[in-house]
Design a binder for this molecule. Structure first.
Ligand code: HEC
Length: 102
């Protein structure tokens, strides 16, 4: 989650050099503003309405945003990592599902 999502969904953004160069700087700022607005892993003191959508977004391949990946190869998740992230998100962030019988 830290590797693939935190740059846009937390206050711990690591700003790359090209983020200071217009017009890329406007695009990057826009994504981070939009990302933080929807979901901010640094601000659990305010409601995070979209937290329950994390698992679905990763499942559907919507997040991380595709154009972010070429410049952030570390954010690429293997199938194994995706599964772990989805499972963890479902357990900790919702949606609340009926626990499977063991
Ligand atoms: C390059 C920046 C960027 C990265 C990296 C990124 N996001 Fe996002 N995310 C956004 C933006 C911008 C939005 C709001 C607009 C949109 O939905 O496309 C958003 C929206 C969301 C939403 C709300 C969508 C909804 O409508 O329910 C969720 C949930 C989400 N992101 C989860 C994640 C997760 C999980 C990761 C990591 C696997 C991730 N994001 C990585 C930029 C990013």
């Amino acid at each position: 989650m830290r590797r693939a999502c935190f740059d846009c969904h937390s206050n711990q953004t690591v700003w790359p050099w090209y983020s200071y160069v217009a017009p890329v700087s406007w695009l990057v700022q826009n994504d981070v503003d939009g990302g933080r607005q929807h979901l901010n892993f640094s601000e659990w003191d305010r409601p995070q309405r979209h937290a329950k959508d994390v698992a679905a977004q990763v499942k559907q391949g919507e997040m991380p945003l595709w154009f972010y990946l070429p410049m952030h190869p570390a954010a690429r998740l293997t199938a194994e990592e995706k599964r772990a992230l989805i499972e963890g998100a479902e357990r900790t962030l919702g949606p609340q599902t009926t626990p499977e019988p063991r």
